[in-house]
Write a protein that binds this ligand. Structure first.
Ligand code: PEP
Ligand code: MG
Length: 753
């Protein structure tokens, strides 16, 4: 780096720091800065454009362009050269701006007389904040050193914007992280919650981007990197050889921590006047913008590793982070880019809500959130950059909306909604101990779905008559190694204790597809939902299934036991699984353990094929439970994890209802007990329609029992059935409109019952 630029850049940063420390107000400060930059860069023009909203840039200060244009000139993202810099997050450097592609003439600024243009993005950790531009009359291309100097300044500007130093009289800029925001995401778990933000990975705030003692900053950086290296080595020592994926990530960390290129770039940043933490952040910003453009998965992963490592380094340097002992608020809403099931379980029920920037509806975190009945929103764009620890936040899990720092009007409307739900909840409590008996006299058994010990108290509070589906995979998913038989037996035994004699249908391990065990070699399957999963794994590798069956028998310790096999696609699979239970019983008997007083063995009907199994299967199986989530995805060939198609087909579609009805009829012929345990069972209207076509047992999330029971108690199944039949006969695609119309009228006459 030539000496002149180095010193110029450092000198400029020094002057910038003085401006930051001075008393001058927001706009005057911005004006001063553009003046300083133009002077140092020896250009006639320097302008700062900042985002007004995610699509619009506004000229916020200028030296050289017409002052009247400030806060008047705006452009859309991608529009003109400035818009191009912002959109691409990349430098534009041209000696002849008016003939450059995308140039937009803005008469109000008087800029046509400037020929050379250099624009650099102002961004902080991949978040776009604006564009910094210098222009000159002289036709010249800016040198690499000049670009570098302007980038360093833009980085400092980003930090200053973040710190709100441009706020104040006349600045016409509102504070970042002070405005209210509505962020849309996707519902992972319904429900509403109000509370305060708790960032899983707290955002590091750099308050000292500029430093005048490069020597000292260099030492701070070296010490922090050393501490980081030691930390990574220690983690590597502690990780086991079988933890291959984890080790791979750590090896990548180590590679970066020892990377000379990374260090060299940060040292150059420090030489140019940045503090150690600002240098780390500058490189991290660069990596993030590369990450957003990288097409190659491997490269993206490595850039992701570098990002994590930079975060660790920033925490060491600033002393901020989880280690600072910041206290969880009383009403925490967890905000994170993503979170693993183990971490989520550690927070447990202390959380009021969860908002993830990434994540998916079927992720392990979502499964845990659902089990904990905590409202969850996934794919909430920008949430981790917009939210700060302690911000007020409202989560509308029903609509998939997050209100961050909401206005009073939003707060009031939201609280009204919560109050209405609480009222409804109160109504549900009053019918908790009453049966789900319809006006026409049929009684429907309502049970709950569970997956954690922590779910069991809901048996009493919800009024569920038992556990219709206990998903056993959670204990396997949240660990780093296979759980031991004794551990499982102890847990299942506690579940049975807590159920106090109510029936619990334990579903054997349902892994594969979206549920991948961290300690099992992943199978690179072209179509995992149709692949090696659930009972297919259990039968091919019976070791785990045998261990689980043994644990269940021991947990029962003489009490009745109910076992359900997932994803049975044909009769033989059920027979083979049943044979495993018989063998397990014989083995336990030989070993002298108490045998269950009664054992019930059922299957989940999750593939259409099983609905057409031979009559003997229906005679032999002791009960069937329709796994509607999977059954529906295979019936409509619409992936339940794919946002594009997962809501495309209505459960009340006449084809699907006719199919369910045919299963009800087959079971009726053989007297096979049948229930439905997919998510749809917990939706009141769907539940009512299932009851109308003959289902007499439904299993759902505990929170759904009240609403479902409340509706069932107010309807006449015969009349509802007639409405559905009439709609079906009329050739409609879904009976929903007719059913909704009917229920609205019926509810109006039975309100309050
Ligand atoms: C289902 O498929 O409907 C079901 C209950 O099982 P899971 O959602 O766990 O696949
Ligand atoms: Mg399933």
């Amino acid at each position: 780096m030539p000496e002149r630029i180095e010193t110029e850049s450092r000198k400029l940063l020094g002057r910038l720091r003085d401006t930051m420390a001075s008393e001058i107000a927001g706009q005057a400060r911005l004006d001063k800065i553009t003046n300083l930059i133009a002077d140092s860069m020896r250009t006639e023009v320097c302008s700062i454009y900042l985002f007004r909203d995610p699509e619009t840039l506004e000229l916020c200060a200028t030296e050289g362009l017409k002052k009247e244009a400030v806060h008047e000139t705006r452009m859309r993202l991608g529009e003109g050269l400035v818009g191009r810099v912002a959109r691409q997050g990349r430098v534009v450097n041209t000696p002849d701006a008016p003939s450059a592609k995308g140039f937009r003439y803005m008469p109000e600024t008087g800029e046509e007389i400037y020929s050379s243009f250099l624009g650099v993005p102002i961004q902080r950790l991949g978040e776009k904040l604006g564009v910094l531009v210098v222009q000159s009359k002289e036709k010249r291309e800016f040198s690499a050193d000049e670009i570098y100097a302007l980038e360093v300044v833009a980085m400092v500007l980003a930090e200053m914007t973040e710190l709100g130093v441009f706020l104040g009289e006349g600045a016409a800029l509102s504070a970042r992280h002070q405005q209210s925001e509505l962020i849309r995401g996707i519902t992972g778990q319904e429900g509403t919650a109000e509370g305060h933000v708790w960032l899983h990975e707290p955002r590091v705030v750099v308050t000292n981007p500029i430093a005048d003692d490069p020597q000292k900053e260099q030492e701070r950086l070296n010490e922090a990197v050393e501490q980081l290296r030691v930390g990574v080595d220690k983690m590597l020592e502690m990780s086991t050889a079988s933890d291959k994926d984890h080790r791979q990530v750590l090896e990548a960390y180590r590679m970066f921590a020892n990377s000379k290129g990374w260090m060299r770039r940060m040292e150059a940043d420090i030489d140019n006047g940045l503090s150690a933490e600002a240098a780390v952040e500058k490189e991290q910003s660069l990596a993030r913008s590369r990450m957003s453009q990288a097409k190659d998965n491997y490269l993206r992963e490595r850039l992701n590793d570098l990002d994590d490592l930079s975060n660790r380094l920033l925490r060491i340097l600033t002393g901020q982070g989880r280690e600072t002992g910041a206290e969880l608020p009383a009403d925490p809403i967890l905000v994170a880019r993503n979170i693993g099931p183990g971490d989520l379980l550690e927070y447990g029920r202390s959380l009021r809500g969860i908002v993830l920037e990434e994540g998916s509806v079927g992720s392990h975190a979502a499964i845990v959130a659902r089990a904990l009945a905590i409202p969850l929103i996934v794919r909430a764009e920008r949430i981790t950059t917009e939210a700060l620890n302690g911000d007020q936040i409202m989560v509308d899990g029903d609509q998939g909306i997050v209100h961050l720092r909401p206005d009073d009007s939003v707060v009031n409307a939201f609280r009204d909604k919560i109050a209405m739900q609480a009222q409804a909840q109160h109504r549900y409590t009053s019918i908790r101990d009453k049966p789900a008996t319809t006006l026409s006299g049929e009684t429907i058994t309502l049970t709950m779905n569970a997956g954690l010990m922590a779910d069991l108290p809901s048996l009493d509070s919800s009024g569920a008559e038992g556990v219709g589906l206990f998903r056993t995979e959670l204990q396997f998913l949240v660990r780093n190694q296979m759980p031991k038989r004794m551990e499982l037996a102890a847990l299942y035994s506690r579940v049975l204790d807590a159920a106090g004699g109510k029936r619990v249908a334990f579903r054997t391990l349902d892994i594969g597809s979206d549920k991948v065990l961290p300690y099992m070699k992943p199978n690179d399957e072209p179509n995992p939902a149709l692949g090696w999963r659930a009972i297919r794994v259990g039968l091919d590798k019976p070791g785990v299934m045998r261990m689980q069956l043994q644990a269940l028998i021991r947990a029962a310790n003489g009490r009745p036991l109910t076992i359900m096999f997932p994803f049975v696609a044909q009769y033989d699979e059920y027979r083979a699984a049943r044979a495993e239970v018989d063998k397990a019983i014989q083995r336990e008997e030989r070993l002298g353990h108490a045998l269950p007083e009664k054992i019930e063995i059922g299957a989940m009907l999750e593939t259409p094929s099983l609905a057409f199994a031979p009559r003997q299967f229906f005679e032999e199986v002791e009960f069937l439970s329709i796994g509607g989530n999977d059954l529906k995805q295979f019936f409509f060939a619409a992936d339940r994890e794919n946002e594009r198609v997962r809501r495309r087909y209505d459960t009340l579609n006449v084809s699907f209802l006719s199919f369910i009805e045919s299963i009800v009829e087959r079971c009726a012929q053989t007297g096979t007990p049948l229930s439905f345990c997919g998510e749809d069972a917990g939706r009141p209207v769907e539940a009512a329609c299932f009851a109308a076509i003959g289902l007499r047992s439904l299993s759902m999330r505990p929170a759904s029992i009240g609403p479902v029971k409340s509706l069932l108690r107010r309807i006449d199944l015969g009349t509802l059935r007639a409405v559905m039949d009439e709609a079906r006969d009329s050739g409609v695609q879904s009976v929903r409109p007719a059913v909704m119309e009917h229920l609205r009228t019926a509810m109006a006459t039975t309100a309050g019952s």
